[in-house]
Each structure stands twice: as C-alpha cells, then as structure tokens.
Design a binder for this molecule. Structure first.
Ligand code: F6R
Length: 236
C-alpha cells in the first residue's frame, strides 16, 4: 500500500477528487465503489464543483456503496442512502438506476446480500473503490474479527463503531446494531483502491505502516492489493 502524507484535510479532499475525476475522464462508464462518513465529504464536495464547472460527466457512471445500516430506509436522514443523496447523488447526473446502496430494510437480508454481489459482478466489478477507515481498522463495516469475511453480509457493529458513529444520531442507543456490508473479497476485487484517513486516524495509520496483516485490523489486508493508495492528512 502506497501511503501519501498530505498536510491537511483540504489537500486530502482535492487529491482524492482529482483521482476520482481522472478515473471518470479516462473511463466515462466507470464503476465506482463509494464510502460514507465524515472523511469523504470534502471529496464529494469537490466532485460536485467539478460537475458544475462542466469538467465531469457522470451520465455513464455506476456506483456501489459499501454499506447501509439495517432497519434504515432510503428516507432516513441517518441512513447511508440519504447521506449519499445529500452529499453527491442529488447534485450530479448519475442515472438513478445506476446508483446501488444495500437495502437496509430488505426482508430477506441474505438474498439482498447475495443479489448485491451479483449486481457488482454483472457490472463487471469495481474500477475504483473509495474507502475510509475506522479507528478500529474497519473498512466498509468489515469489523475486527477472527477471520476475514469475504462477501456481502449482515454484520454486527462493534461497540467502538457504535461509539464513533453516535455523533450522527441523537444518542448511542439509536445507532443500529447491525448493518449490511460488502465483504473483504468484494473490496479487494476492485481494480484500484483509494483510502482516505484524517488525523483522527493517526493511531490506526501508524499500525497500518507495519507489514502485519490480521483480521483484527481488517484494513491491513490492503497491503496485499496491487494498486492501493492511502492519502493521510497529518493535520486534518
Ligand atoms: C462507511 C464506511 C466506514 C467509514 C469509517 C470512517 O461507508 O465504509 O468504513 O469509512 O467508519 O468513518 P469516518 O470517515 O466518519 O471517520
């Protein structure tokens, strides 16, 4: 994994948007894997600006988000579908039918997970996967565990993730305890991966600099990806 240190969050967001923009320009029908959370917000803002300036055209783009909380529907302001509409999708011309976010309200969760994997395969896989990283080393909602979980499935969120994400909810009790998340194999199958980490992730980034690879630090698998870059903002 190639780690690029940049001085602040603004630079992180500008570089990340430039990498995604280059992908869209090189391959206008790219399949993008997208993340939610605070870290990519600046990147999405820059992409929206590039679209408004006429630099980018999203009309042939397909997107797959990493995860969604179980129980939260598309209209729920705490859900990730809503987040993506609010930060990116409402402002650019991605055809609605090309937008994919796991359905947190699916009655048959196993079917939803298997179908999500099939949809990614039918789209011929992900060209560029954007990732954030949790303080506990999670990617998507692949939480620290005894093994790496490969495919999209329902996951139990750890206490530390619930604690970290309660800022988006009225209280920790309101944070759903489970989510649908793509798996490690799904992420590792992307042709290119771009990981964003701000200063609040300094501790986990330090761990990732060593060559250990363990399911206790899911992001450590990224060392084995042939085309993975992390942008770390030292003073974000
Ligand atoms: C969300 C996701 C998570 C976040 C991670 C960091 O779709 O995939 O892995 O990227 O929890 O979140 P922030 O950026 O809020 O620190």
């Amino acid at each position: 994994m190639n780690i690029i240190n940049v001085k602040n969050y603004q630079t992180l967001s500008e570089i990340a948007a430039a990498v995604i923009a280059a992908q869209i320009i090189k391959k206008p029908d790219s399949v993008l894997g997208l993340a939610t959370g605070s870290t990519p917000e600046g990147t999405y803002k820059n992409l929206v600006e590039m679209y408004r300036d006429g630099i980018l055209d999203f009309s042939k783009i397909t997107t797959f988000n990493l995860d969604e909380y179980c129980g939260l529907g598309k209209e729920d302001p705490n859900g990730y579908f809503y987040f993506m509409m609010d930060k990116l999708f409402s402002y650019v011309n991605i055809p609605r039918e090309n937008i994919n976010v796991p359905d947190g309200t699916a009655k048959d969760v196993d079917y939803e997970c298997a179908e999500y994997e099939r949809k990614i395969r039918r789209a011929n896989g992900i060209d560029l996967q954007l990732l954030g990283v949790g303080r506990n080393g999670h990617i998507g909602f692949c939480e620290p565990d005894d093994v790496f979980y490969n495919e999209t499935r329902q996951v139990n969120l750890t206490e530390s993730t619930i604690e970290a994400n309660k800022r988006f909810f009225a209280s920790a009790e309101e944070v759903p305890k489970t989510a649908i998340s793509v798996g490690i194999k799904t992420i590792m199958s992307a042709r290119e991966i771009l990981v964003l980490a701000g200063q609040d992730k300094a501790e986990i980034v330090e761990k990732l600099k060593s060559n250990i690879c363990s399911p206790r630090i899911p992001a450590s698998i990224l060392h084995y990806h042939p085309n993975c870059t992390m942008i770390f903002a030292e003073n974000a």
